[in-house]
Design a binder for this molecule. Structure first.
Ligand code: IMO
Ligand code: MG
Length: 421
């Protein structure tokens, strides 16, 4: 059997949670493969809303097994809070979630390091979610990290102390006040909680599932434009958010990847610092923010907003081998008289359709303008109900990027989803 991958193609917050929940029906296994509690995947059903940070979005489906893959970094405290909330509404998380032993642990001092590092950067700060993501991946690649499986070792406490001491040493370089023991008791309690889950050899687990004929849905976090290699470095996250990350973060071979669902919003948003060529600083930007409820699911920060950027979208499609697109939140622009899309950039006076290497380059977008559809799309149940102006927008995007849009989402609810033939 094969692995299908769902990825955010922009700067995160594309609506991955909703789509994984919608698609999960067809998949016996859902897996997260990178990122950590910096992610905030929102799901809505009826009058209930839920934000998932570490647990895969298949957890609400009765028959799905959810893997937290080796590529994920896990904060036991946040994981516990999230699971207890799920248990409180009757979701049997322990039956539905397994954790790869090779996933790395976020220590309280990783979070302190994240905060100290950001504070020291002043104006050039990345705008991190301060969940300790960067420092944890640094320890992973620096070969110092602690992994979920290590919690079962007899000398776990000593190893924890050794890593904590190392962090305290590192923190000396910053002028930063902190309590070295902050959250430690809570963290250790959460480790005990974590140990009540099935801790597995994730790579064997996933490959066995494939062999048995189970299709896996891999749920990306963040977005391609935040990828540590291909995003606007250094304003990126610390993991591989692109399709190949699914192989590394789960232990499945590249040839197992089949469909690649690329999710994008009908406009763009970004939280934190870094380039955003189509950003709007005017009233239209504010309307996108208010109508689209563009406030961070993890940090509550207002998101930066702007027009759809096809240069960035084409780049992400290329990097990921996207086979089909999923367009989110077009209903947010239902009342707009005009809608714009960037089809190219001008960089140093020269027109280009490529994302420039230089993160600090001055980029002026070239726009194509569309007449708005001025119709409430949120209740449409069938493609035939969608207005001409809207379908014009959809077809233009498909033609420009060369990949079909197979799903159009017109609201947060599971039911507000149009699957196209
Ligand atoms: P989901 O999965 C949007 C951004 C942060 C910051 C940068 C680095 O919900 O789409 P980090 O905490 O990773 O060191 O922050 O990346 N960022 C996200 N933005 N959605 C996310 O996740 C994000 N995860 C990280 O705002 O600019
Ligand atoms: Mg989010």
């Amino acid at each position: 059997m094969k692995v299908d991958v769902v990825l955010g193609l922009q700067w995160g917050d594309e609506g991955k949670g909703k789509i994984v929940d919608v698609l999960a029906n067809n998949y016996p296994v859902v897996a997260r493969f990178q990122g950590g509690p910096n992610a905030g995947h929102s799901l809505h059903f009826g009058d209930m809303s839920f934000v998932l940070h570490s647990v895969p979005s298949g957890v609400f489906r009765k028959d799905a097994i959810n893997i937290i893959g080796n590529g994920v970094v896990l904060d036991p405290i946040i994981f516990r809070e999230e699971c207890e909330k799920l248990e409180a509404i009757g979701v049997p998380v322990r039956e539905r979630v397994v954790i790869a032993k090779k996933a790395h642990l976020i220590l309280p001092t990783h979070r302190t390091l994240d905060a100290a590092s950001e504070a020291s950067k002043g104006k050039s700060k990345i705008g991190s979610t301060l969940k300790g993501i960067g420092p944890t991946y640094m320890d992973k690649t620096g070969r110092n990290g602690l992994r979920v499986g290590d919690t079962l070792a007899e000398n776990f406490q000593e190893r924890f102390q050794a890593l904590k001491d190392k962090h305290i040493g590192l923190l000396k370089q910053y002028d930063f006040e902190y309590d070295p023991n902050q959250n430690e008791k809570e963290w250790m309690d959460a480790i005990e909680y974590l140990k009540s889950f099935q801790l597995v050899d994730g790579e064997y687990f996933a490959n066995k599932k494939l062999k048995e004929g189970s299709r896996i849905l891999a749920e990306g976090a963040q977005g391609s434009m935040l990828d540590v290699d291909f995003g606007s470095y250094p304003f990126v996250t610390s993991s591989s958010t692109t399709c190949s990350g699914a192989c590394i973060g789960m232990g499945v071979a590249p040839c197992t990847i089949d469909r690649v669902f690329g999710i994008f919003k009908a406009y763009c948003t970004r939280v934190g610092s870094g380039p955003f060529p189509t950003e709007l600083f005017d009233e239209t930007g504010e309307r996108l923010r208010q109508l689209g409820h563009e406030f961070g699911a993890t940090t509550g920060r207002p998101r930066r907003t702007g027009w759809l950027d096809l240069v960035a979208l084409k780049y992400a499609i290329m990097l990921n081998g996207v086979t089909e697109l999923i367009m989110m939140k077009s209903d947010v622009m239902d009342t707009f008289d005009t809608v714009k899309v960037a089809t190219g950039y001008i960089v140093d006076g020269v027109e280009t359709d490529k994302v420039p290497y230089d993160t600090y380059a001055e980029v002026t977008p070239i726009y194509k303008e569309f007449k708005g559809w001025n119709k409430d799309l949120s209740k449409a149940k069938d493609e035939k109900e969608l207005p001409f102006e809207f379908m014009n927008y959809v077809r233009f995007i498909e033609k420009e990027v060369g990949v079909p849009i197979s799903i159009i989402s017109l609201g947060p609810d599971r039911d507000q989803t149009i699957v196209r033939e």
